[in-house]
Design a protein. Structure first.
Length: 379
């Protein structure tokens, strides 16, 4: 068909769908966004209501390292639209940003609502139909898009319907989907009695990463648990994790010798929280340093440097993103177009791309949305 006239149907009005709509309407292309939810409602809870919209990593290959799935695919995407582009786009929208010490970038207002309103005010020329898309079929003149209420026709389609939690099944498109698994989520473990304890700079021997670990009533959470849930999103449960709780190490025998009159737990609690020391010492918690024999010393050191947790599953409902989604092998990273259906494009979390905590998932949404929009504009 001739491409003088383009009409684009976007499935999903989240970060990816709305940003894609912005670039398209700016080029004078007719755009209709479909979503059963209000536009960009998914942005409101991000970053705890503050919207961590990007990460202060300006080298696109380094940026791509933060995606357990999608790293290589994102090289091309990020070479076209990366952190700098995100920040200058939001500046153009009137949203000033700042980086935290940990690299997370937030709006100066610390308000996801402000970010949402800024994007919405720039896509007023897009049509919005508050319906669920149930089926999409390729026809000679483009695509027939079916909702529960009506049929619509478009020359081009962008699939931007998000991850597992929010996607409503769409029939008709024969694309391989990697089954979606929860990621960036707390992990259920066999130990519940440590709830409330936070251990700083814990090293995961399995994933070779270090961060803070929080024990909860169901298992573990916090930055380290989230990263592990991401790296091991497709592992089968149960599995066992081994942690080094005090990687820099200490000479316990020397410390015991020079504090022989002290209780063992008081010595250990200089390195680890009191309640945690009680837990690993068990019935030996009141023993004096002078009575600690070599066997007990080594047992405790082993518990500290090779602390084991059995992981039973993810904490249902807590996931932030989905690992899995549309198979990247069937999508061209240069324009986000399907290799099977010309004029069908993809953006955001519905792809088999997911990043760690820190603004990486929104960056994926913004970047893939930009590249998909350019793919349509330049067709
Ligand atoms: C609590 C929470 C906090 C987060 N915080 C951050 C953060 O601070 N920084 C960060 O980078 N990432 C964060 N994320 C992840 C980030 O929000 C997502 O990766 C991002 O929103 C994905 O954008 P998207 O447009 O691809 O999908 P979504 O934002 O999920 O939008 C998809 C839209 O498609 C609609 N939809 C689904 N199926 C259909 C259908 N069949 N027909 C019509 N519409 C449909 C849905 O209703 C939804 O509105 C957070 C996620 C959560 C849950």
């Amino acid at each position: 068909m001739g491409q003088e006239f383009k009409s684009v149907g976007i499935v999903g009005g989240g970060a990816a769908g709305c940003l894609c709509a912005y670039f398209l309407v700016k080029s004078g292309i007719s755009v209709t966004i479909f979503d059963h939810n209000p536009l960009l409602i998914t942005l409101l809870p991000t970053g705890g209501g503050r919207c961590n919209l990007a990460h202060a990593e300006f080298d696109f290959k380094e940026l791509a390292k933060n995606y357990p799935r999608g790293e290589k695919f994102l090289y091309s995407v990020f070479s076209k639209f990366s952190t700098c582009d995100t920040l200058s786009l939001f500046k153009d929208f009137g949203v000033d940003t700042y980086p935290q010490d940990d690299g997370k970038i937030f709006p100066v207002s610390n308000s996801a609502k402000e970010v949402r309103n800024a994007v919405l005010s720039h896509i007023k020329n897009a049509n919005f139909i508050k319906e669920t898309v149930v089926e999409i079929n390729k026809i000679d003149s483009g695509f027939k898009l079916k909702t529960g209420c009506s049929d619509y026709f478009f020359t081009d389609i962008v699939l931007a319907h998000g991850g597992n939690k929010r996607t409503r099944l769409i029939k008709g498109i024969n694309h391989n989907v990697i089954p979606q698994m929860p990621s960036l989520v707390g992990l259920n473990s066999h130990i519940k009695e440590l709830s409330g304890i936070v251990l700083k700079s814990v090293y995961s021997r399995d994933c070779k990463i270090e961060d803070d670990l929080l024990f909860t009533h169901y298992g573990i959470s916090g930055p380290l648990a989230y990263k592990i849930s991401s790296i091991k999103a497709f592992d089968k449960y149960p599995y066992t994790l081994t942690f080094d709780l005090y990687k820099e190490g200490f000479n316990l025998q020397d410390i015991l010798n020079s504090n022989s009159h002290k209780k063992f737990k008081n010595i250990l609690s200089e390195f680890l929280p009191h309640r945690f020391c009680d837990y690993i010492l068990g019935e030996n918690k009141d023993i004096k340093a002078c009575n600690v024999n070599g066997k007990l010393r080594d047992e405790i050191l082993n518990k500290i440097h090779n602390f084991q947790l059995t992981i039973l599953g993810t904490n249902a409902g807590e996931e932030t993103v989905s690992a899995g989604g549309y198979d990247l092998d069937e999508i061209n990273p240069k324009n986000m177009e399907s290799k099977k259906y010309p004029h069908l494009f993809f953006a955001g979390e519905c792809l088999n791309i997911d990043g760690f905590c820190g603004g990486f998932n929104l960056q994926n949404a913004w970047s893939t949305a930009f590249v998909a929009s350019q793919g349509i504009i330049n067709y």
